[in-house]
Design a protein around this ligand. Structure first.
Ligand code: AMP
Length: 193
């Protein structure tokens, strides 16, 4: 099973992806996590990404595309994966399309978690509070505003992109977390049936 989780920062993609991993035994590929690891390890990619991420901008498509290309070519991805945080631009979606074509595989479904923007700031502030010492550099009010602006301008168009391909399914991400999980499972089961 290969799927994409779409949704703005704070929509619950990470939480839902973790639950899918547990239930289906597939991998969660989070470009945010990969980039944070690169920053932590001070790799060449990390050095490029650090400031860009801290201010809430997008890391250049070609940098992220390379990380994803390397990752999905690894043997442990053969059974499938959940892409969390990638693609984030239509250009990245086109890159993903050719990567998958080259690998001879296809996406099963794109699940968008739809949430009211007014709820997102509160959710992210809660995440920052609850994560204690491990506060993300980009969970500040300024970076968060930027991340939401970037989402609206560059990532939201992916809904139409994937609607056109027939792969998009939407789930109400404002519901209680277990309800969201149940709806995500339902749209996935229907898509892979
Ligand atoms: P996330 O953990 O998905 O919220 O991502 C955190 C940050 O990593 C984003 O604000 C971007 O700076 C960067 N990032 C993650 N995924 C991508 C991507 N697909 N394209 C560009 N930048 C990304």
């Amino acid at each position: 099973m290969r799927l994409i989780l779409l949704g703005p920062p704070g929509a619950g993609k990470g939480t839902q992806a973790a639950r899918l991993v547990e239930r289906h035994g597939i991998l969660q590929l989070s470009t945010g996590d990969m980039l944070r690891a690169a920053v932590r390890d001070k790799t060449p990619v990390g050095l490029i990404a650090q400031d860009i991420m801290a201010r809430g901008d997008l890391v250049p498509d070609e940098v992220v595309a390379q990380i994803v290309a390397d990752r999905i070519a690894a043997p442990d991805c053969a059974n499938g994966f959940i892409l969390d945080g990638f693609p984030r631009t239509v250009a990245q979606a086109e890159i993903l399309k050719s990567l998958l074509e080259r690998a001879g595989v296809s996406l099963d479904v794109v699940v968008e978690l739809v949430v009211d923007e007014s709820a997102l700031v509160g959710r992210i502030e809660k995440r920052a509070r609850e994560s204690g010492a491990a506060v993300r550099a980009d969970d500040t009010p300024e970076a968060l505003k930027k991340r939401l602006d970037v989402y609206r301008a560059q990532t939201a168009p992916l809904s139409d992109y994937y609607r056109t391909t027939g792969l998009l399914r939407t789930v109400d991400g404002m519901q209680e977390m277990d309800r969201v999980t149940a709806d995500v499972e339902a749209v996935i089961s229907a898509a892979v049936a």
